[in-house]
Design a protein around this ligand. Structure first.
Ligand SMILES: C[S@@+](CC[C@H](N)C(=O)[O-])C[C@H]1O[C@@H](n2cnc3c(N)ncnc32)[C@H](O)[C@@H]1O
Length: 271
């Protein structure tokens, strides 16, 4: 079975991630960038950048005098990120690298962000120590992680489908996506040398396209979708996608669309 604990996508899944994660990642991008006080000319790092949602928005904010880098352990994500980066503002430099071994000089960045990545790091302390190393004194860090699964209806529905079609071990691994609690992150940030550490919750109502197609496509763009295919084949993934939709039936409008709340922890610190 694939290693789904680190959210490692393969094949064409990174392209699907770019499409299907966008609806519920995009609003949080603005929140995380607001939290690091970007200014024209700033240098910014997006850690665990995935396909680059935050890096792209950061480039627009820092403008032509700024510099934006994105690092992710997954080469497929980095390839898709580079394909989607607009050739405007500063070019974004995307690099395949693990969060605990970043290929940048000490104090290289005014701001570092990490959107929905920290919960997947095998060694959170090492990753945040490395983040602290590359953040300049006085520079800002912000991370988002999901709040508890049972507070996010889409993920409740997906969890039930993952359990039904992928089995209890995969369901247990799915819980890892919710392991980045505010307490865990704030403690780790202080240990890593950040000060003025804060945390708060942020909730957005996300308007989804018709869920009948979306829930399958989105599941196929996750490590859990890959694991269901490995475990039980392509038909099981189709079934699991339908099951997510069925679990959300009472929240779905007559045209098949839905608006669902997503809550994230926003954790910040100053170097
Ligand atoms: C849910 S995705 C979030 C991606 C992106 N930040 C976004 O906003 O869409 C989690 C990302 O963390 C990356 N990741 C997991 N473990 C990592 C590690 N140890 N170092 C760097 N990136 C990692 C994965 O490859 C994946 O791209």
């Amino acid at each position: 079975m694939a290693d789904e604990t680190g959210f490692q996508l393969r094949g064409s899944a990174p392209e699907r991630y770019e499409r299907y994660a966008a609806p519920f990642m995009a609003p949080f991008v603005e929140t995380i960038l607001d939290a690091v006080d970007l200014f024209p000319g700033a240098t910014v790092l997006d850690v665990a950048c995935g396909t680059g949602f935050a890096a792209r928005a950061a480039a627009a904010r820092v403008g032509p005098a700024g510099r934006v880098s994105g690092a992710d352990i997954n080469e497929g994500m980095i390839r898709v990120a580079a394909e989607h980066a607009p050739r405007m503002y500063p070019d974004i430099e995307f690099t395949a690298a693990p969060a605990d071994t970043l290929p940048y000089q000490d104090a290289a960045f005014d701001a570092v962000v990490c959107q929905q990545g920290a919960q997947f790091f095998p060694d959170l302390a090492a990753a945040l120590a490395e983040t602290a190393r590359v953040t300049r004194p006085g520079g800002r860090f912000a991370a988002t992680t999901w709040a508890a699964r049972d507070r996010i209806p889409y993920f409740v529905a997906q969890y039930e489908a993952v359990k039904e079609y992928g089995g209890p071990q995969l369901a247990a691994n799915y819980e890892g996506a919710f392991s980045g609690t505010a307490d865990r992150l704030t403690a780790a940030l202080r240990t890593a040398g950040f000060h003025d550490v804060t945390s708060r919750e942020v909730t957005f109502g996300i308007a989804f396209p018709p869920l009948a197609e979306y829930t399958f496509g989105q599941l196929s763009s996750t490590s859990w979708g890959q694991a269901i295919v490995d475990h039980a084949g392509d038909d099981a993934l189709v079934g699991a996608g339908r099951a997510v939709h069925a679990h959300l039936a009472d929240r779905t409008a007559s045209d098949g669309s839905a608006t669902l709340p997503f809550t994230a922890n926003l954790v910040t610190g100053i170097r």
